[in-house]
Structures are given as structure tokens and as C-alpha cells.
Design a protein around this ligand. Structure first.
Ligand code: ZN
Length: 143
């Protein structure tokens, strides 16, 4: 847990590389552009494998059984200090100071929902994890 959500709703964020807090102006929330672009091809490969098995191919022919049935993982949103590993790749990024409140997360959710690539990322999970870490669980049970 990063810390309980305080009145006023300040969200703190830790770097996913070094685990130190990321202050305003020190980093960003980002999703790697390559991971977003690669996801549809990974899903096609998965679907092709399923089709081949459905068409009668023996799943035992695959060397890695777990890889055969593993759905591609969505592109991950991560928090990075400027300069920490992985911070230099092409990415869609949001300055960390722009995701400091639950209202800010709602605002960004509305912005990001206009992007066709959002569903191939784990944005919803990141928002849930971030809010839960601050004592604000957002589960389906709350609806
Ligand atoms: Zn860092």
C-alpha cells in the first residue's frame, strides 16, 4: 500500500523500477508504444493457435504447453522516474503530477477512452490498483 487516501485525495506514486516515490516533475505514468503496437499481433498468433487446435492439430505438438494457452498480456501502465530504466522508449505518457487525485484519474480515463488502443492496455487494472493502494477499493461489488 502506497498510503491511505487523504482528504483532498492526493495520490502518491512509486517508481516501478526503483520503488522510490516519484515527486511532481520527477517522472511519468507511461505505457510503452511498442507493447501497444505488438498486442494485436500477439492476439492473432493466439487465435491462430486456437484455430489450429480446433482444426485437429494435436496440442501435444507444441513444446511449451503453457505458452500455447497463455493469452497475451495487455500493455502495462507503469510509473517511472525520468532516467530510470525503460524511461527512454517511445510511450504514451502522463506527467505524474497529472495523476494525483481520483478525479484526475477519472479525467484521464475519459481522455484515454477516446484512444482506440486503450483496451489493449491495463489502464482499468492500474486505476483499480492505485485506488486500492490508497484505501479506495473499486471493485465490481461497489456498483
Ligand atoms: Zn525510479
Amino acid at each position: 500500500m502506497v498510503g491511505r487516501l487523504q482528504p483532498g485525495g492526493h495520490l502518491s506514486h512509486a517508481c516501478d523500477v526503483c520503488a522510490r516515490p516519484v515527486g511532481d516533475g520527477e517522472g511519468e505514468l507511461r505505457v510503452d508504444e511498442r507493447d501497444v503496437l505488438d498486442y494485436p499481433a500477439a492476439v492473432r498468433r493466439f487465435d491462430d493457435q486456437v484455430d489450429r487446435v480446433a482444426a485437429g492439430a494435436d496440442p501435444e505438438d507444441w513444446e511449451d504447453w503453457e505458452e500455447l494457452w497463455a493469452l497475451p498480456r495487455p500493455a502495462r501502465w507503469v510509473v517511472r522516474h525520468h532516467g530510470c530504466a525503460g524511461s527512454g522508449t517511445a510511450a504514451f505518457s502522463i506527467p505524474v503530477e497529472e495523476v494525483r487525485s481520483v478525479v484526475a484519474l477519472l479525467r484521464w480515463t475519459l481522455v484515454l477512452h477516446t484512444r482506440v488502443w486503450l483496451p489493449v492496455t491495463d489502464w482499468d487494472d492500474w486505476v483499480r490498483r492505485t485506488c486500492a493502494a490508497h484505501g479506495v477499493p473499486l471493485t465490481d461489488d461497489d456498483v
